[in-house]
Design a protein around this ligand. Structure first.
Ligand SMILES: [Zn+2]
Ligand SMILES: [Zn+2]
Ligand SMILES: [Zn+2]
Length: 137
């Protein structure tokens, strides 16, 4: 089943949510919407404390061939997370509050392999596999 984004007149419904949890705290919440005709998926991430939920129409469109994922980074002291679109085998530059810039290669098993080795613990959490679950990081 391929996503024909131009051919489908999407009927967007709420698909679910997952919580990114660390210890006893919720770091963030990812909401997802799906189409009842095709398997397209839209996502939006909320940091704790940010309550407004955006209009679905304004949400970013997934690039075909990619999957929505949360990149979670932990340097042992600081953590950060970002919602990304990733592909198996893809290489991209990454930096965030917990990670200086490095180059990530996405493995066939969706594991992020970092050019700098173990300087930061990077994790990729696929949205589709995590909906309506709590993800402990
Ligand atoms: Zn659709
Ligand atoms: Zn990061
Ligand atoms: Zn890295």
């Amino acid at each position: 089943m391929s996503s024909q984004m131009t051919d489908c007149r999407h009927n967007v419904v709420y698909a679910g949510v997952f919580n990114l949890i660390r210890g006893f705290g919720v770091l963030g919440v990812v909401d997802a919407w799906t189409c009842t005709h095709c398997d397209e998926i839209w996502c939006d991430g909320r940091r704790l404390g940010v309550q407004e939920i955006p209009d679905e129409v304004g949400l970013p469109v997934r690039v075909q061939g990619t999957e929505w994922a949360v990149m979670f980074c932990d340097d042992g002291q600081k953590t950060d997370w970002n919602l990304l679109q990733v592909k198996r085998g893809e290489e991209f530059e990454h930096s965030c509050a917990a990670s200086p810039q490095c180059r990530i290669t996405v493995g066939d098993d969706w594991k992020p392999n970092c050019s700098l080795g173990d300087h930061v613990n990077h994790r990729l959490v696929l949205v589709k596999q995590s909906l309506n679950k709590n993800v402990y990081v």
